[in-house]
Design a protein around this ligand. Structure first.
Ligand code: BG6
Length: 479
């Protein structure tokens, strides 16, 4: 279904995020017929490029980063026709009049701030002084949204000077992932799970986001953040919220975000003994390690973190949530596992072994879910039990000719145009997440704790295994 015609201005239009994610996502939506004839995308950045040069750059970005096979020949040229470029100085006057003149009256206006947060205030102010933003315009901002509570509040304040909360779309791209949305569908669209979704029936929950890549060329940014700021405060926190929240009355932005906020506010502080931080060691003998990747011999940030987290409310009191994320691990595998308790009594006796149901939500790759169910081992050998997965891989559900699983940015950008904030973070949510994160980081900083080294290609530091073993549980294998 096409969205209303729009003008989307991408500040930072020549940057990495624009090239890797935003422009290819827009191209795919264009291929799917979702962009009306008179919608336009305007790249805006500091560097001086002609229209043709920018279009060429967009074409190259699409060639490099677009993965879809569903575009007809000739579509790229038609897409490039929708693209303009303006050289704009965020801190000066250059380019703003040209940009204002390009805006089409009567269209949805969205401004994507794909730039350093230090420029948010300048951009917001100039959009207003040049009369480009009205009360229906939308602005889109990306993480990092602050590096602690204080800086996040300052950013919220800067944006609030010119925009109402209902106009601000804070992206956490994990919320745009198909499986993450499916989590809500599974929980609140089925009768089957919700009655069991509490500490009475759930033994524990594991959230794993494992990556094989290292910090790549982002060492400078990454080392200022570490995995806690880069992944846990936002992506893992969002997953935790969707898993743990109460059913919202409606699938609407404030109803959903109110419930997520309650989860964040109910999170317990994390004891030092419930945290393991790691840094990857050298790849092969003498290969680059974390320290050399971030080019800082004194780097103390973590490229891996595991945490045991508790939620103080009626639903979850006593159920541990084990979170872990890291780089240079053995596989790229992100999943949430809801591990149910064992049956209260086994009628089959001790020889049948111990069994329990596990609902695994695979975020990537191979998006889907499976539910481990205990059945009788087929054959005449008596009553022996085995666990078999009921497998629902989304690609299968879509069918062989179905569309590919869309990238998170496709969904999120179209939601901006539709004016639907359900999958975006509200200002108070981000602040609450920092309010929980700050003392944890402050704790290890004041104690001078250093991350332990782990081997690239492993499952993370040994200590992370111990973190869960001491509770008589084990991590699911990363594969
Ligand atoms: C980003 C982090 O937000 O998410 C990166 O800054 C991380 O460090 C990335 O690699 C992971 O996203 P995805 O979609 O590949 O799981």
């Amino acid at each position: 279904i096409p969205v209303e015609p729009f003008d989307l201005v991408v500040f930072g239009g020549t940057g990495d995020l624009a090239r890797r994610k935003i422009l290819p996502a827009l191209f795919r939506r264009f291929c799917s017929g979702q962009m009306e004839e008179n919608s336009r995308i305007i790249g805006a950045a500091r560097s001086d490029h002609s229209q043709d040069e920018y279009r060429q750059m967009v074409a190259e970005a699409i060639a490099e980063f677009n993965t879809t096979s569903h575009c007809e020949a000739g579509t790229l040229d038609a897409f490039l026709d929708r693209i303009d470029y303006v050289h704009v100085d965020a801190k000066g006057e250059e380019g703003w009049k040209t940009l204002a003149d390009l805006m089409q009256p009567g269209k949805v206006r969205a401004f994507y701030f794909s730039v350093a947060p230090s420029l948010f205030g300048d951009l917001a102010e100039r959009l207003h002084t040049h009369g480009m933003a009205d009360s229906d315009s939308r602005i889109v901002v990306e993480k990092p949204f602050g590096r602690d509570l204080e800086t996040a509040k300052a950013l919220n304040d800067v944006l609030a000077q010119h925009f109402h909360e209902s106009q601000i779309y804070r992206i956490d791209h994990y919320l745009g992932k198909e499986t993450v949305q499916n989590l809500m569908a599974v929980r609140f669209g089925n009768m089957l799970f919700e009655p069991l979704w509490n500490s009475q029936y759930v033994d524990h929950i594991q959230i794993t986001v494992a990556e094989t890549v290292g910090v790549g060329g982002r060492g400078e940014y990454y080392d200022r953040s570490g995995a806690m700021r880069d992944m846990v405060q936002n992506h893992l926190m969002q997953l935790l919220c969707l898993i743990a929240m109460e059913p919202p009355a409606k699938f609407d932005p404030d109803a959903v975000r109110d419930e997520k906020l309650k989860v964040i506010r109910a999170l317990n502080p994390v004891e030092p003994a419930d945290i393991v931080r790691g840094q990857y060691g050298p790849e092969k003998r003498n290969g680059p390690d974390y320290i050399s990747d971030v080019e800082n011999p004194r780097a103390t940030s973590e490229s891996f973190i595991a945490l045991r987290v508790g939620i103080s409310n009626w639903r979850w009191a006593g159920t541990p949530f084990y979170l872990r994320t890291g780089k240079k691990l053995k596989a790229r595998a992100s999943e949430i596992a809801v591990v149910f308790k064992e049956t209260p009594h086994s009628i089959f006796g001790p020889e049948a072994g111990r069994h329990r149901n596990i609902l695994t939500i695979r975020l990537q790759p191979n998006e889907g879910m499976d539910l481990d169910v205990t059945i009788k081992e087929p054959g005449p050998g008596g009553m022996r039990l085995i666990d078999v997965p009921l497998d629902m891989t989304f690609a299968d559900a879509l069918g062989p000719d179905g569309e590919e699983v869309p990238d998170a940015y496709e969904r999120l950008i179209m939601d901006v145009i539709r004016g639907n904030q359900t999958l975006f973070m509200r200002g108070d949510e981000v602040e609450a997440a920092w309010a929980w994160t700050d003392p944890i980081i402050g704790g290890w900083e004041s104690r001078g704790d250093r991350p332990v080294t782990y081997e690239p290609g492993s499952s993370g530091p040994e200590d992370a295994l111990a973190l869960i073993h001491r509770d008589g549980r084990r991590w699911r294998e990363i594969r």
